[in-house]
Design a protein around this ligand. Sequence first.
Ligand SMILES: Cc1cc2nc3c(=O)[nH]c(=O)nc-3n(C[C@H](O)[C@H](O)[C@H](O)COP(=O)(O)OP(=O)(O)OC[C@H]3O[C@@H](n4cnc5c(N)ncnc54)[C@H](O)[C@@H]3O)c2cc1C
Length: 351
Amino acid sequence: MLYMACHWGLDYSQSGVSYMVPIYLNRMASYRGPAGGSPRVSEALLKSIFEQQGQIRTNGRIARIIVENGTARGVELEDGTRYVANKAVVSTIDTHQTFLKYVGEEKLDKEFVEMIRVWQWEKWSLAVQHLALAERPRFKAAASQPDLDDAFIYVLGYESLADLKGHWDAMARGELPAGAGFHCCFPSVHDSFQAPAGRASGLISQMAPFQLANGGSERWLNRHHREETCERQRAVLARYAPNVSGENVLWNYLSAPADLENKFANMVHGSYKQGAYHPLQMGFLRPNQDCSQYRTPVKGLYLGGASVAPGGMVIFGPGYNCANAIAEDFQIPKWWKEPDYVTAARDGGYV
Ligand SMILES: Cc1cc2nc3c(=O)[nH]c(=O)nc-3n(C[C@H](O)[C@H](O)[C@H](O)COP(=O)(O)OP(=O)(O)OC[C@H]3O[C@@H](n4cnc5c(N)ncnc54)[C@H](O)[C@@H]3O)c2cc1C
């Protein structure tokens, strides 16, 4: 349970964020995997945007947010293309880049710039190994409890509190110990879209430091280090599911912390939620008191990504709240319905 409370970004010794624990325990009991894999989620969003006559441009990196007289007027891409906004510009990338890189310090108050500068990234990132297996894993523990072979998520490698603390303490030193634990899942066991008949897919998600004490973040690009990390992860898994080894492993691929930064422009330092979960970066302070209501000091510029409350992960909260704020500011009729669980929380006095 401590792992599930910590693995998306809480330090086991972090005080002041205990209100996150019930949220995480609730998530632990409500894990979902989209049939066909996670791209199906973005495809569903895409469809919803097209249904509202929206358009999407991909493969273009913005060079700046056009700000005139304190108001966001649009964005300019690196190739010079300009998109002019008739109402609002929404950024779902981190605050450092949004304000310091794309708006520009000279257009902002000094105090606000300072608030953005002190923003802290996560203390650790993710080393994720993708697996193609000749056959599905068989867990030793299933001999006495057969349904353990069909679990959705496995947390492995932590046989005691000390094991978990040891992993977290090592990450603070820039290390990833050989026997460190992780969570893993085997989507094809639940979803036939994810592997050819009879075969299996797997995913090992391990918390790992971005900067390694020995070699910095660059070391994640070293082939030998990558292979060693994969072998160590599989050795832990094989302690519980011995058949995930040898020829059963048809193919594997590691997505290491440095890969995240290289692949996703806003996942700086392998940060997968645009900034640490720290008491001073949560709730109405995420990312700071001037922006946590999705509006920013730049008129017409809104935030809608993981840097703003309620934070990261595929929860849709920041985007949903941001859309509401824009609709309210511009008196746009909302064509969406409040989710039932939000209504229930409101009725229960929680919101
Ligand atoms: C390996 C991994 C596994 C994860 N697993 C899970 C999971 O199982 N469950 C879960 O809930 N969450 C998971 N997460 C976390 C989750 O993916 C993120 O918290 C979430 O995607 C954040 O959403 P966002 O909209 O704020 O930002 P993003 O999804 O990162 O979207 C920001 C977008 O902005 C684009 N962008 C950045 N800079 C520019 C620029 N200059 N110009 C144009 N575009 C730009 C980026 O390319 C990106 O498409 C995982 C993350 C990683 C890295």
